[in-house]
Design a protein around this ligand. Structure first.
Ligand code: COA
Ligand code: MG
Length: 292
């Protein structure tokens, strides 16, 4: 999954537009982009949209961001959307594997009531939105087979910290958020799921987004969330391995296949050992699974 586009659940027009945005996944949002007194209407709108959208032949992966477990609103969100069979929910303000187990149980009950196969609805956890969440970023492994990815957020964390800003004057994340980003990446890797980078809110700044995508891909993120359709093509481009990168990865795999007992090989005057092989295999498998 390269690009995941947020769409406020109460906007039929944006939901419609998002379907043809080219995003690998849509995140229909019931949380931060919906005011408290609009939640009920947004749930109805999300369910109506999903019912039609899931039946589409060539459609994006459909995720619903529910309200967090701490809000007391998660049950009503799930009651409304699970019968419409989304592919996944996004769990905001998650605090480790315990939150995922909790959400898993809530989903299982609704799947049983709605006649859906148990485990149909997957979970993407937003792992760094609370200070407590940072301290349990390493506890996602084995929590639930529903967990398919971790991602992170800086806005709620900066609000909780009482910070004045989360980026410096050049637009780069400040230390607490770089820590959150890194914990998301290593937490996801430890849990054997992909890590997805957070949103870039300045949606008219394509160069800034491009830079952030390059840094995220370099560090090991598999994709990035978007808030505006204009961001989707940039994210898709930068998280699609280049033909050159694929060719190099294939050459490494081939060289080891021809020398199965070798710990190290030379290609074009450069040394490659086992970690290079692991990285090459990972790139090839990611390339084969760009779309969920
Ligand atoms: N999904 C689908 N369509 C979107 C969109 C989105 N996330 N954001 C904008 N669009 C549409 C607009 O409706 C508009 O459509 P139109 O040309 O048919 O009128 C077009 O894209 C251009 O939009 P633009 O005028 O550039 O932006 P805007 O001022 O209408 O919207 C935001 C700006 C930030 C309000 C909007 O991008 C948005 O709602 N983003 C998602 C917010 C969200 O979900 N946040 C929670 C997670 S952080
Ligand atoms: Mg938030």
């Amino acid at each position: 999954m390269r690009s995941l586009l947020f769409v406020p659940a109460d906007s039929a027009k944006k939901l419609d537009k998002a379907m043809t945005s080219g995003a690998d996944a849509l995140i229909v949002d019931l949380e931060d982009s919906i005011a408290l007194d609009g939640k009920a209407r947004a749930r109805e709108s999300a369910a109506a949209f999903l019912k039609e959208a899931v039946a589409g032949a060539s459609r994006p992966y459909l995720v619903v961001r529910v309200n967090g477990l701490q809000t007391g609103m998660t049950d009503a969100d799930l009651d409304a959307v699970v019968p419409a069979k989304p592919d996944a929910i996004m769990l905001p303000k998650a605090e480790g594997g315990a939150s995922v187990i909790h959400a898993d149980a809530k989903l299982a009950v609704r799947e049983a009531i709605g006649g859906l196969a148990e485990g149909h609805v997957k979970i993407i956890a937003l792992a760094t939105e609370t200070a407590a969440g940072l301290f349990c970023a390493g506890t996602y492994g084995g929590a639930s087979t529903r967990l398919i990815a971790l991602t992170w957020g800086a806005e709620d964390l900066s609000a909780e910290l009482g910070a004045e800003a989360n980026r410096d004057a050049q637009g780069r994340f400040l230390d607490p958020y770089r820590l959150a980003r890194a914990l998301c990446l290593v937490g996801a890797t430890a849990a054997q799921v992909p890590a997805l980078d957070t949103v870039y809110v300045d949606f008219r700044d394509g160069d800034g987004l491009r830079r952030e995508c390059e840094e995220a891909r370099r560090d090991g993120f598999a994709g990035k969330m978007a808030i505006h359709p204009a961001q989707v093509p940039i994210i898709n481009e930068l998280f699609t391995p280049t033909p050159q990168a694929l060719k190099e990865a294939q050459a490494i795999v081939d060289a080891f296949a021809q020398n199965p007992d070798a710990g190290v090989v030379g290609i074009g005057g450069v040394m490659f050992d086992r970690p290079h092989l692991a990285r090459a295999k990972r790139l090839l498998s990611r390339s084969a699974n760009l779309k969920p």
